[in-house]
Ligand binder design. Structure first.
Ligand code: NAI
Length: 588
């Protein structure tokens, strides 16, 4: 049977399962917890061992095999990566998981293939809880002509471990562990185990994994499993129940340690290349108090293959959003035939961090492109909650020398582009009764910049578009705001000195963009400047009216001249919610 490479990217599920406190305790008993870690087994003070998350994988393993067509006879669970977004509520509830095959790598003829499957799990309260990334090693499927997995290096520090934890799984350990979901006969049936080449049933790799998870928590952040953010390892050898194991831990930096678990009798690693990461207590407390999250929300970021858009996409995904990473991958002036690489690289970055994203390579500058970008979100994730119109190019020239192509090209990407994507997105948001749209303007538009008449016109056009969409979106809970960023990207790399560029990382702008995308943002119609950690509002305002003449007859030009200082003054100027409010004020 040949491998089905079309399986890559296909959605599997969702599957919803219920769990309660007893499932948390049963898992804890299965991975060796007892009286000395009462918080894992006693419902009065219960905390879930984070590796409980791995049990969500069991519902999908069969489908991973079926959809990819790998040869079941040669399948091994090679590596496991767990990313934690929010603590697992110990009281239980419904968990909904959705999976995808994210890659199939070819190690070569006779060397096998790697199938990478990702499962994202949400609690019924909408919070994204965790991501499982399983690497299945398929011994019999190599040599299909695919690309090989990127090489990774791993080295334990050249010193004794900082901590060691000895444990003795019981001779019957798999009989308890299997009740958490992996009921494969290899771990219970002596005849089946012998047929598979073992003396007797073996430990589940994910059971030993739970022992290791307990061990690292005990030594690195005791009693606070909710601080774990990442837990990764390779499964390297089988282990018989009843064999003593030792988890060896090296702390390599603040919030990061390496570990392995060895079979004490042979000295060989059964879990290898382990990495655990955790957050500070302060961060964990903040998260517990409900930080701003985008769990279950779907975001489109245009021009997200680099610069500001890339960071917006990464940060949104980190906080739980499913992201459409759009980028056509052209040159700074919008020329060139485009490339899938920038969008693909950002999608990969997001997925490796446990997030969900799909790439889209359409140009925002055409109607069809805009429709296709929004359709990508609807097809992949079912809705659109957030749109950041960010894609941009530059074709600078002083106005006298500017060609019509330079004018048109810039307006097509910035102004038409925002229209092309916002129109279908706005429709989807109205139907959903929720939306957050962010436009990207520029100081060049708000205040002018030599050589950028095209860009300034387009960028100020976006502010006008926002002013009206804020009104039309209001009753559908669609908020529309505008960011005026300043950041070191390829658009600005040659216009600012290097020491200034260093201070203007896109990461310093992203928190504002994310805030404007959040449910918590109740504002609509704002323009906010952001750069280097500094933020300020910009606005169009109008000064109090000055009456010239008696209101019956038109004033003379000379009268205007005489009153010029008063008309010109912005003192006591104010903003208006819409054009009517301004006109009524003037007429009154
Ligand atoms: P960037 O060049 O790093 O990113 C822009 C991205 O948009 C690129 O990856 C590009 O491939 C993509 N893109 C261009 N045309 C596209 C099209 N037709 N369809 C889809 N994608 C397309 O630049 P940067 O600085 O990150 O710019 C982001 C936004 O911020 C732009 O709208 C820019 O005008 C605006 N801005 C940036 C400032 C800064 O200081 N970096 C200042 C003021 C505004």
């Amino acid at each position: 049977m040949t491998l089905n490479l079309d399986a890559i990217g296909k959605k599997i599920g969702p599957i919803t399962t219920e769990y309660n406190w007893k499932d948390i305790v049963l898992y804890a008993l299965g991975v060796g917890a007892g009286f000395d870690e009462l918080e894992y087994v006693y419902e009065d003070r219960l905390k879930a061992i984070p590796s409980f998350a791995a049990t969500a994988l069991y519902d999908f393993l069969g489908e991973f095999v079926a959809i990819t067509g790998v040869n079941l006879a040669g399948i091994l669970h090679g590596e496991h990566d767990l990313i934690f977004h929010n603590p697992i509520p110990p009281e239980g509830g419904a968990l909904t998981s959705e999976a995808r095959i994210t890659n199939i790598y070819d190690k070569g003829e006779g060397k096998g293939a790697l199938v990478i499957g990702q499962v994202n799990t949400y609690h019924e309260d909408g919070q994204k809880l965790f991501t499982n990334v399983a690497t299945l090693f398929s011994r019999l499927d190599g040599g299909f002509g695919g690309e090989n997995a990127p090489r990774t290096t791993f080295e334990f520090p050249d010193r004794e471990p900082d901590f060691e934890e000895l444990a003795q799984p019981s001779a019957d350990q798999p009989l308890t562990y299997r009740l958490s979901g992996d009921t494969f006969a290899l771990h219970v049936d002596p005849d089946f185990a012998q047929m598979s080449g073992f003396e007797r049933p073996i430990m589940h790799g994910l059971c030993t994994h739970g022992y290791a998870c307990r061990a690292v928590i005990k030594h690195l952040f005791p009693g606070e499993p909710e601080r774990m953010t990442h837990f990764r390892n390779r499964f390297s050898k089988a282990l018989y129940p009843g064999t003593p194991i030792k988890t060896q831990i090296w702390q390599v930096e603040e919030g990061k340690a390496l570990f392995r678990t060895i079979n004490v009798e042979t000295g060989k690693a059964v879990l290898d290349r382990g990495v655990v990461e955790w957050m500070s207590r302060g961060e964990a407390e903040k998260r517990g108090k409900g930080g701003i999250r985008f769990d279950s929300q779907v975001a489109i970021v245009t021009g997200a293959g680099g610069g500001l858009g890339r960071v917006y996409a990464l940060e949104l995904a980190k906080r739980g959003a499913k992201v459409v990473v759009n980028d056509l991958g052209g040159a700074r002036d919008g020329t060139g035939k485009g490339s899938a690489r920038p969008a693909d690289a950002v999608v990969q970055e997001i997925q490796e961090a446990g997030g969900e994203a799909v790439a889209n390579y359409d140009s925002v500058a055409t109607r069809e492109g805009g429709e296709a970008i929004v359709q990508t979100a609807l097809d992949s994730f079912g809705k659109v909650d957030i749109l950041i119109n960010n894609a941009g190019i530059l074709r600078d020239k002083s106005f006298a020398k500017m060609t019509p192509e330079q004018w048109d090209g810039v307006l097509a990407v910035h102004l038409q582009g925002a229209y092309n994507v916002t129109a279908p997105a706005f429709r989807a948001m109205r139907e959903n009764g929720y939306g957050r749209v962010v436009m990207t303007t520029s100081a060049a538009g708000l205040f002018g910049n030599f050589g950028q008449a095209n860009y300034s016109a387009a960028k100020m056009g976006l502010v006008g578009m926002m002013n009206t969409l804020k009104l039309e979106g209001a009753k559908h809970n669609i908020k529309v705001n505008t960011i005026a960023p300043l950041a070191a990207t390829r658009l600005t790399e040659d216009v600012m000195p290097p020491d200034m560029l260093k201070k203007l990382k896109p990461e310093m702008v992203a928190p504002l963009a994310l805030y404007l995308c959040a449910e918590q943002c109740a504002e609509s119609g704002l323009v906010v400047n952001a750069g280097g950690g500094f933020f300020s509002r910009a606005a169009v305002a109008s000064a109090p009216v000055v009456q010239v003449g008696d209101g019956q007859q038109a004033p003379t030009v000379e009268e205007i001249h005489r009153h010029w200082a008063e008309i010109d003054s912005l003192e006591s100027s104010r903003q208006y919610q819409d054009a009517n409010a301004m006109l009524m004020d003037m007429l009154a």
